[in-house]
Design a protein around this ligand. Structure first.
Ligand code: ZN
Ligand code: ZN
Length: 163
């Protein structure tokens, strides 16, 4: 006795989180499962804003031309993949998100003293790399809107800053 939908099982695996079933895409996307990602292109009321970090755990796609044309017709961007992401601040439940709202997150690691003059760290640590322009520590605020957004957020969060 089962209600299983075997057609669906070609595309999704089913996982249960606190009594709630979540269907997670089975594909390996352009961003592979396990890759770290950063949120971009957030809307003001999104639960996760630009800069939030997470890990890809599944994907659905790539979308064919028919799907992309339909999305364009509805006013959506023509996405290629839907990803499921476990956000660092909400790791319990993977959340589905379209590909234009995440980018691969890269970091640079240092074993010891930091080569950046503004960083006084002496031990092993890392700095993020801007997903749009490649600047370490989002250090390109004059030319890159993503770096600029990141800097504005840091200034807002810094209690010592008197803007
Ligand atoms: Zn450093
Ligand atoms: Zn940048």
């Amino acid at each position: 006795m089962t209600n299983r939908d075997y057609r669906r099982e070609e595309f999704f695996r089913s996982e249960w989180f606190g009594g709630k079933e979540v269907l997670i895409g089975l594909a390996e996307g352009a961003i592979p499962n396990g890759a770290r990602v950063v949120k971009v292109n957030s809307k003001p009321d999104d639960a996760h804003q630009d800069g939030a970090l997470g890990t890809v755990v599944g994907a659905l796609g790539p979308a064919n031309e028919e799907v992309k044309a339909q999305l364009r017709g509805w006013g959506f961007p023509p996405i290629e993949w839907i990803y499921w992401v476990r956000w660092d601040d909400l790791p319990e439940i993977p959340v589905a998100i379209s590909d234009h709202r995440i980018k691969r997150h890269r970091e640079i690691f240092f074993e010891g003293a930091c080569p950046f003059l503004t960083c006084l760290e002496q031990g092993a640590h890392s700095h993020p790399i801007c997903p749009d322009c490649g600047a370490v520590k989002y250090g390109n605020p004059f030319f890159c809107p993503t770096c600029r957004k990141h800097l504005e957020k840091e200034l807002l969060n810094d209690p010592g800053y008197r803007g």
